[in-house]
Design a protein. Structure first.
Length: 277
């Protein structure tokens, strides 16, 4: 092989390697950014769930406000028509989930293909239990998301009682009367928190925030965030299971009080009840 051919071959090999490296870095960055977006959603969702402790009016009004059915038109009204924001938000959230899963899956496949080749895992990286279970934790979380949507969004699954659209407090209360439903959420949230614990560290490392002097601080942030999410999300199901949350009101008593609480006048009561029922 001539010298010119060798140079061409080396240059081509370097180009292929550089492209593969750039592709890997881009996918890791995509996974990091979408992961942080999903964590921000979890924090907002956690805040909303804790309104359960305030009472049925606060919790149901919050649920109706998110859907644009409250008297003030909901989020971003009148910039967006009432009820439209939730669909835009759901679409953006679904896109973030799909991109997160795609980047994780393609990186995982590439890692498995490279096992035993000249590409070796950086031995300096600490292999914690959470990092080794990220893949299976992700599968558990995906199955849990499907369960959660079927239980509290579409009301396809209604363990514990009779669910109704527009009565989020009642549906939540019925849902966690059963110990096995509580257990499903406990297992899923444990997987979630292991995922977040390692994911926050990995995302910030990918985005360049982890340096020698920041390592202890970043590890602490990741642990505190994961633990706080688990404790806050499990607080409501646990309180319901052990009887520390008041039972929902009967339908006949509920709508007059709820519609009055969100500002509906007497002449608009039927409209309020129809919109929330």
């Amino acid at each position: 092989m001539s010298g010119e051919a060798r140079v061409t071959l080396v240059a081509t090999s370097l180009t292929i390697h550089q492209r593969a490296l750039r592709s890997t870095v881009a996918r890791k960055a995509l996974m990091a950014v979408t992961g942080l977006i999903l964590i921000m959603f979890l924090l907002v969702h956690m805040y909303g769930n804790l309104k359960m402790f305030v009472g049925y009016e606060a919790f149901d009004h919050y649920a109706e406000w998110l859907k644009g059915k409250s008297s003030d038109g909901g989020i971003l009204y009148p910039v967006m028509p009432a009820g439209q924001f939730i669909w835009v938000f759901r679409a953006a959230l679904l896109l973030a989930i799909v991109l997160h899963i795609w980047s994780a899956a393609t990186l995982s496949v590439k890692t498995m293909k490279n096992r035993g080749s000249k590409y070796q895992v950086d031995k300096r990286q600490v292999q914690t239990y959470s990092s080794r279970t990220m893949r299976w934790g992700g599968v558990i979380l995906l199955l849990f998301v499907v369960w959660h949507i079927l239980q509290f969004t579409t009301l396809t699954l209604t363990p514990g009682g009779h669910y109704e659209h527009g009565r989020a407090y009642m549906n939540m209360w019925y849902g966690f009367q059963l110990w096995w439903v509580w257990l499903i959420y406990a297992v899923a949230l444990a997987a979630l928190c292991l995922h977040v614990w390692h994911g926050v560290w990995s995302a910030l490392q990918t985005l360049g925030a982890v340096r020698g002097n920041t390592i202890p601080f970043i590890r602490l942030i990741a642990f505190v965030l994961a633990f706080a999410l688990f404790a806050a999300f499990m607080a409501v199901p646990t309180a319901i299971l052990f009887g520390y949350v008041d039972a929902p009101m009967a339908t006949g008593d509920y709508y007059p009080q709820f519609c009055d609480a969100i500002g509906s006048s007497a002449e608009h009561f039927a409209e309020c009840a129809a919109a929330t029922h």
